[in-house]
Design a protein around this ligand. Structure first.
Ligand SMILES: [Zn+2]
Length: 222
């Protein structure tokens, strides 16, 4: 009886996992379309994912994010293994998996190639980070309660070797447990959250901050 009961529990938890993954994937597609409207994922760039337990749904390679639906998401496990014969996930899936492995609370990851993240990551690439400090909107980042917070967004050099990048991302996440985002130089930004809504809030706040900081620096503002 006990075995049957625990099988039933397994089955029910798998079922609720599937339900919440389905809901999260709909929310993720809506967020991807919004990112496209804002010009943050031009020319099929960027990628998006959600995770529930050990299951990850990630965007397939080369899709127009302005028309993304759940059909454009592929399932992989935390080791990147997909179903046999399935379409190819985005080449950057290894970076998503590195984040999920080191941030167990993360349920959604957004990666965009926006103008401001591309510009500011290039400008501060040699320093290795960009500091955002003294802005009210920093309170949109989880756990931040004051504009006096110093958010140091780390920057990795860009590479076409995603295995190397995933290793560097892992090291960064271990070294800096309070990060909300990571930039790739002249490429874009990765951010995540405990839900799609939280990840979107982080991305909107960061985009605002990158633009304000860039305009402040280049406009000679205090
Ligand atoms: Zn990218």
């Amino acid at each position: 009886m006990l075995e049957q009961g625990s099988r039933l529990v397994d089955f029910l938890s798998m079922d609720s996992e599937t339900d919440s993954l389905e809901l999260a994937s709909k929310a993720l597609c809506a967020t991807a379309r919004l990112c496209h409207e804002r010009g943050w994922v031009p020319a099929t760039s960027g990628n998006f994912s959600v995770r529930e337990g050990g299951r990850v749904l990630v965007t397939a390679s080369g899709l127009d994010k302005g028309a993304l639906t759940a059909d454009g998401l592929l399932e992989v496990d935390l080791e990147g293994r997909g179903a046999a014969g399935a379409a190819k996930p985005s080449a950057e899936v290894g970076l998503h998996l590195a984040i999920y492995r080191k941030r167990p609370e993360a349920r959604a990851i957004l990666h965009v190639h926006s103008v401001w993240s591309t510009l500011i990551s290039g400008r501060f690439a040699a320093t290795g980070y960009v500091t955002l400090e003294g802005y009210e909107i920093e309170k949109a980042l989880s756990g931040v309660t004051t504009h006096k917070h110093e958010e140091r967004v780390q920057i990795l050099p860009n590479s076409q070797d995603y295995g190397v990048l995933a290793g560097q991302m892992t090291e960064l996440l271990v070294r800096s447990p309070r990060l909300h985002a990571v930039l790739l130089s002249r490429h874009g930004v990765y951010t995540w959250g405990s839900s799609v809504a939280e990840a979107q809030r982080h991305l909107e706040a960061l985009e605002f901050l990158f633009e304000v900081e860039w305009r402040r620096l280049t406009g000679g503002q205090p």
